[in-house]
Design a protein around this ligand. Structure first.
Ligand code: SAM
Length: 179
């Protein structure tokens, strides 16, 4: 989690490519990526979903995407999105940090504050029976993130893990329960 261009866009990295492998077989009518950055993952989703929307808090990242996507919205999490999607994904900014100095990577204390804000904002955007996939890490308190996601009405499981030199990347799959 380190590569960045001068415009503070997060350049696709190990975590992005790991996530890309995990969404390769996903398909459906509609998908949302929160924190789309360069657009790399949303561009992959565009091949398999009729409608793809990407959000990011960083307007300049959306304006200068290397992988230009069809529909982008500048907002916090999914705060400006009113539609429900089959699939919502987010490669979270998960690094534990006292403050948010780098919005591309810093998650706040325990790597939880920004991820919890993003996941909470995603809840109304996932169709009943739909899926939320997010990437976190062994560096963050990912167990707390999983428990919180369960409490928001999802059945949750770890979909995949990838060991890197200094951390383990974790992709969590949350299926929205029919209530
Ligand atoms: C780890 S980068 C992932 C970028 C890209 N999706 C990828 O996988 O390469 C996290 C992205 O989330 C964005 N971001 C950070 N906080 C956010 C928030 N509260 N709401 C929306 N986007 C946010 C950052 O600007 C950055 O583009």
């Amino acid at each position: 989690m380190q590569n960045k261009s001068p415009s503070d866009t997060y350049a696709p990295s190990d975590d992005t490519f790991f996530f890309a492998d995990c969404i390769a077989n996903e398909s459906g009518d509609s998908a949302l990526e929160i924190g789309t950055g360069s657009g790399y993952l949303a561009k992959i989703l565009q091949e398999k979903f009729a409608l793809v929307v990407g959000t990011d808090i960083n307007h300049s990242a959306l304006r200068s995407q290397d992988y230009k996507i069809q529909n982008s919205v500048c907002c916090r999490g999914a705060d400006a999105i009113t539609k429900e999607f089959d699939l919502v994904i987010c490669n979270l900014p998960y690094l534990p940090s006292d403050k948010i100095q780098d919005i591309t990577t810093d998650g706040g204390p325990e790597g939880l504050v920004v991820p919890l804000e993003i996941i909470s904002s995603a809840v109304p955007c996932v169709k009943q029976g739909g899926k939320l996939l997010f990437l976190t890490s062994s560096l963050a308190n990912y167990q707390a993130l999983i428990e919180k996601t369960k409490s928001l009405g999802f059945s949750v499981a770890i979909l995949a893990k990838k060991q890197l030199f200094f951390e383990e990347l974790i992709i969590v799959q949350a299926k929205k329960l029919f209530l």
